[in-house]
Design a protein around this ligand. Structure first.
Ligand code: 5GP
Ligand code: ZN
Length: 115
């Protein structure tokens, strides 16, 4: 069985798409922690940072380029935004398909346990 984010990419689970290209897919987080809370995922299933290798370099760049596109689309490019990756149990990673959180639309403060 596919992981939940692979199912979202395939459209088997509905999502609110923000941006998509050949390698990445971006959609609104179902439980937003800020006025803008978008997840950006590689279309290829990569479980976590520990699973990356030298061949992952391009998609990592694509994910960050997509973050700037998402910020532009959501109107927070100039006001600012935070990019977060939770990796593994102590970081509270819930979905083991690599994703970055793009958060913004308000002053975010510095609490560590919100995302
Ligand atoms: P993690 O804790 O793994 O970094 O974050 C997983 C994120 O995925 C959480 O913020 C959670 O709200 C979000 N999420 C989990 N399931 C779904 C879903 O089915 N749809 C959407 N849009 N977001 C989800
Ligand atoms: Zn997956």
């Amino acid at each position: 069985m596919d992981c939940i984010f692979c199912s979202i990419i395939k459209g088997e689970i509905p999502s609110s798409k923000v941006y998509e290209n050949d390698t990445v897919f971006a959609f609104d987080d179902i439980n937003p922690k800020a006025p803008v809370h978008v997840l950006i995922i590689p279309k290829k299933h990569i479980p976590d940072i520990n699973s990356l290798d030298i061949n992952s370099s391009k998609v990592l760049g694509d994910i960050f380029l997509a973050a700037a596109r998402v910020a532009e689309i959501k109107g927070i490019k100039e006001s600012g935004y935070r990019v977060v990756v939770n990796n593994g149990p102590d970081a509270g990673q819930e979905v083991f398909h690599l994703h970055i959180h793009v958060l913004g639309g308000t002053h975010l403060g510095l609490k560590m346990d919100e995302f």
